[in-house]
Write a protein that binds this ligand. Sequence first.
Ligand code: ADP
Ligand code: MG
Length: 230
Amino acid sequence: MALGEILIDVSGVAKHYGEGETRVDALRAVDLQVKAGEVIALLGPSGSGKTTLLNVIGCIIDPSAGRVVLDGEPVFDGKWLRRDLRRLRLEKIGFIFQAHNLLPFLTAEENVAIVLDLAGWSSDEGRKRARELLDYLQVGHRAPMKPAHLSGGEAQRVAIARALANRPRIILADEPTAALDSSRAQLVMDLLRRLAAEQEACIVTVTHDEKIFDRFDRLVQLRDGRLVGA
Ligand code: ADP
Ligand code: MG
């Protein structure tokens, strides 16, 4: 493990939805490599394929063609090479969605710890790790609260703690700061950057938020399903 190691290697990836007259080519022959420690922004107009690309990297949707290698492991090459995609996601990928989608009947701490439970951590270790991360993200004092009692920014930071809990090396985020004001957005990006460096992870973030562009190592632009310069 080292900084500079390629964690995401996407080559010739295409994705179309539908067939015939209703066919939409959401991605066309996309090549993208992201290294450990790198924090990149995925930009592009609405409908350009950003969410589709993030979901392909996150093994949430099937590519139509191409090859995907995650953390050195070929996972898709014309077809999925791993049968248990849920486990793959649990091991390698942290996903931060635009809406936080925390489980409403669990506390902030339990929302984080449940992921670790699924990953096979003991409940003591899971709780400890959850508390550590919530503290780190400055929402430790909210650990016993249910999501309904958290502000938007607090809920988003709990969701980030959950995505990072199992120390994934690939962190994917779809507009994670959309619901935050600009100082909180910068705080969240700074925390993500620090975690990426510490965990030798990489981060791919879809964003429209010009206020945080200076927080990225690289800006990658999609247009009509193609990458147009870095
Ligand atoms: P972005 O995130 O950049 O707005 P998307 O990846 O969501 O773009 O969408 C890319 C294209 O694929 C758009 O034309 C969109 O309408 C289409 N698309 C996305 N998801 C689906 C789907 N599930 N079924 C059909 N078309 C879809
Ligand atoms: Mg989108």
